[in-house]
Design a protein around this ligand. Sequence first.
Ligand SMILES: [Fe+2]
Ligand SMILES: [Fe+2]
Length: 380
Amino acid sequence: MRRIAVFAGAFDPIHLGHIQVIRSVLERRLADQVVLMPSSAPPYRKPTIPSAALRGLCAAAVADMPGVALADEKPLKSGQSIIEAIRGLRQRYGKAEYLYIVGADKLAGLLHWSKAPKLFSLCCFLVYPREGYAAQDIIRFASPHGLRAELVEMPQVRVSSAMVRAELKKLKDASGMLDPEIARMIALNGLYQLPYETMIRPYMSQRRYQHTLGVRDLAVALARKHGASMQAAAVAALLHDCAKEMKLGLMQAMARHWQITDDPAEMASNALLHGKIAAIFAQQRYDVHDEDVLNAIRYHTTGRPGMSKLELCLFVADKAEKGRRPYPGLEEIRSLMFDRLEAAALVSMRGAKSFVAGRGESYSEETDAAMNYLEGQAAH
Ligand SMILES: [Fe+2]
Ligand SMILES: [Fe+2]
């Protein structure tokens, strides 16, 4: 008889530990098919992201895995019994042996549940090991109460969704815990972050907003290619021009208050000030305190010596996003940026310098220093 294993959980978000469990079940032929069943967050924990987004991540995570399906029902309501869910599956998939995949920790909790005997009679359990829980002992304890279970032989699952969320909150990609493609989707959709897209919208014209989204998309792609954090790139990009449309007088007042610069040329230029003001807004208004992200925002127009990968990703994305109108050097920057990020930044700086010089305007010394630095890098 066909064996269908149900893997239910919050999957908030789905991580490599979950994938490892599914793979182990299928590779060891404990089931013919695994049905992933995302459920709502339990009542004691506020839901972090919309259930449609959680489902989207689950769908992407298992898209290339033969033998894995996503339950097409609405997510299980919290408190809704797994018993009802398995009955629902039986209606959909018909006669089969139904199995229930649980971690040893969850099984230990289930033993106290009043409806556990009913669930034990309905399906066999596939129990995977969790640190701190003696799976074999728990199975042995519960067997006289009707539990039928097999142990899924696999290394301990040491990743948890809470650990992943903590990393995402720190604007890290949770590498080693999260599939990079899932991390990319999370970054591009701003999941697990403040709703920056909505927060910046009132401060921008339609054109600048579109530019900002274009910068976000490219900065995330560059970050993935060059090993910078995609979460950090997305947030830095969304905030990089949040002060661009402020009146210069107001920017100057802020610059004086925060003692940003004494340089009269810088004080007179929207182009030179807006990144530095945006970095202040990022901290004060948008609750961003990661120094690398703040520097990427602060130096996105001028560059500076010793720019980090993240700073370079934002710098180049700002100059080469898909909505940019053609300008001399744009195609060269685009052709270089995925293979030689520093060279792409250098081409952009040189082009901007000759453009500004041609208009007889002053130019930031930071950019000269940045160019010297990047030329030095290229020489090595
Ligand atoms: Fe800008
Ligand atoms: Fe920009």
